[in-house]
Design a protein around this ligand. Structure first.
Ligand code: 2PG
Ligand code: MG
Length: 414
C-alpha cells in the first residue's frame, strides 16, 4: 500500500460560478484529484459545508498533517478525517473539505494501481452500467421556485444499453424544447440544465413531458418513463405543502392523493422525496399505498446516512435511497449506506448535486460499487455532459452494448 506524500487543496469554481474545494492527494508515482459539489435543496441532516477559504486552509494545515505519512487506505483515511473533525455534522473542517479529500484518496489509490477508479472499486466483481435518470424540466430551488416540483426526469426503461438511453434522451430533450419554443413557454435552463418552463401548473409539466416522449417517437411507459423529485422539504411550511405556482397549499393527505392521481394518469415509475424530511409518517403511509407500483426514493429524507436508512426501513418508509457522497462526507460512509440499502432490499441511485464541476467521480462510484441507477441532472451543460460522456467511455471499456443492462428488469411497471 502506498504512503501519502502530499495533500493539497485549492479553491476552484463550480457550475453556478461559486467557489468550491479541489484536493490533490499524491503518493509515489501517482496522484488523485477531486472537487466537492454543492446542493441547493439540502436536507437538514447533511454534512455541513463551510466557507471555502476556511475549508481549503483546514485541508492544507490540519488534514495535511494528519494524513501525510499514513498509508493510503480508504477506510482508515476516512476515519482519520471523521475523528479529526470531531463534530457529528462535519462542521468544523467542513463536509466540502472532507468529501474532496476522501474522493482524492480514492483516485490516488486507483492511480497507484494504474486502474480507472471504477475498476479499482469493483475488484473482481462483475459490473454493469447504471440506468440514468435524466432531467428534462427543472424547477424548485434550481429555478427560483418557478415550478414547485424540482425535477421532471425520464428513465429510458426500454433501452438496451447506457449509450442507447442517452441517444433516446437526446431525442426527448430536443422534442421537449421544441414543444416549449412553439408555445413561447421557455425561460431558459435551470441549474442542472433542464428546461425552465413557464407552465401554469405542475401537472402541465407532466402532460408536456409525456407529449415530448411521444413526439420523439417513443411509447410513454414502455420505452421511456417519468421519474420525479418533488423535493418536498422545500415546499413544507407549518405542516402543509405550499404549491406557489398553483397558489394553494395541501395537507399531507391531499398531497398523497394528488401523487396517486399522477401515478394513474402518467407513466411515472419513480418519485423522490414525495414528502418532507420531517414528515416520516406521510412517507411511510405513501410507501404502503404506492410502493408496490413505483420506486419511492429518500434523498433529504435519508441524507445518505445508514442509520436514517435503517430507521426508514423499520417504519416502512421509501423503497430506495439516493446516494450523495457529500451529503454524508466520506466514501466509507456512503458505501456503508449502499450496503445497508442492499441488505434492506432498497434500490439505490448515485446522484450528483445541483452545483457541480467537471469532476466525474460519481460515475465511477456507481459502476464500481454496482449501484444500479445514476442521476446527474439534465442533458445539457458541460458539468452534466462530462459525466454522461464518462459513462460512455466506461461502457465502451466494458464491452459496449453487449453488457447485461438492468433497465427493463428494474422498471417493469409494477
Ligand atoms: C436533489 C439534488 C439533485 P441538490 O435534490 O436530488 O437534483 O439537488 O443538489 O440541490 O440537493
Ligand atoms: Mg432530491
Amino acid at each position: 500500500m502506498a504512503k501519502i506524500l502530499e495533500v493539497l487543496a485549492r479553491s476552484v469554481w463550480d457550475s453556478r460560478g461559486r467557489p468550491t474545494v479541489e484536493v490533490e492527494v499524491a503518493v509515489k508515482g501517482a496522484r488523485g484529484r477531486a472537487i466537492a459539489p454543492a446542493g441547493a435543496s439540502t436536507g437538514s441532516g447533511e454534512a455541513k459545508s463551510i466557507e471555502v477559504r476556511q475549508a481549503v486552509h483546514g485541508v492544507n494545515t490540519e488534514i495535511r498533517s494528519a494524513l501525510v505519512g499514513k498509508l493510503l487506505n480508504q477506510e482508515e483515511n476516512d476515519k482519520i478525517l471523521v475523528d479529526l473533525d470531531g463534530t457529528p455534522d462535519k462542521s468544523r473542517l467542513g463536509g466540502n473539505a472532507i468529501v474532496a479529500v476522501s474522493l482524492a484518496c480514492a483516485h490516488a489509490a486507483a492511480a497507484a494501481t494504474k486502474k480507472p477508479l471504477w475498476k479499482f472499486l469493483a475488484g473482481n466483481r462483475a459490473v454493469a452500467m447504471p440506468v440514468p435518470q435524466i432531467q428534462i424540466f427543472g424547477g424548485g430551488a434550481h429555478a427560483q421556485g418557478r415550478m414547485d416540483v424540482q425535477d421532471f426526469m425520464i428513465i429510458c426503461t426500454g433501452a438496451g444499453s447506457f449509450g442507447e438511453s442517452l441517444e433516446w434522451t437526446a431525442e426527448v430533450y430536443r422534442a421537449a424544447g421544441a414543444r416549449l419554443a412553439k408555445r413561447s413557454a421557455l425561460y431558459g435552463v435551470a441549474d442542472e440544465g433542464g428546461y425552465w418552463p413557464a407552465f401554469k401548473s405542475n401537472e402541465e409539466a407532466l402532460a408536456e413531458l409525456t407529449g415530448a416522449i411521444s413526439d420523439a417517437g417513443f411509447e410513454p411507459g414502455a420505452d421511456v418513463a417519468i421519474a420525479l423529485d418533488i423535493a418536498a422539504t422545500q415546499l413544507w411550511r407549518g405542516g402543509r405543502y405550499h404549491l406557489a405556482l398553483e397558489n394553494r397549499t395541501l395537507s399531507a393527505d391531499q398531497l398523497h392523493a394528488m401523487l396517486l392521481r399522477w401515478i394513474e394518469r402518467y407513466p411515472i415509475v419513480s418519485i423522490e422525496d414525495p414528502f418532507a424530511e420531517h414528515d416520516a409518517e406521510a412517507m411511510a403511509s405513501f410507501t404502503r399505498t404506492a410502493g408496490g407500483k413505483v420506486q419511492i426514493v429518500g434523498d433529504d429524507f435519508f441524507v445518505t446516512d445508514k442509520n436514517k436508512l435503517l430507521d426508514g426501513k423499520a417504519m416502512g418508509a421509501c423503497n430506495a435511497v439516493l446516494l450523495k457522497p457529500n451529503q454524508v462526507g466520506t466514501l466509507t460512509e456512503t458505501l456503508a449506506c449502499w450496503r445497508a440499502a442492499q441488505e434492506a432490499g432498497y434500490g439505490a441511485i448515485v446522484s450528483a448535486r445541483s452545483g457541480e464541476t467537471e469532476d466525474v467521480s460519481i460515475v465511477h462510484l456507481a459502476v464500481g460499487w454496482g449501484v444500479p441507477q445514476l442521476k446527474v441532472g439534465s442533458f445539457a451543460r458541460s458539468e452534466r455532459m462530462a459525466k454522461w460522456n464518462e459513462g460512455m467511455r466506461i461502457e465502451e471499456a466494458l464491452g459496449g452494448s453487449k453488457l447485461p443492462y438492468p433497465a427493463r428488469k428494474l422498471f417493469k411497471r409494477r
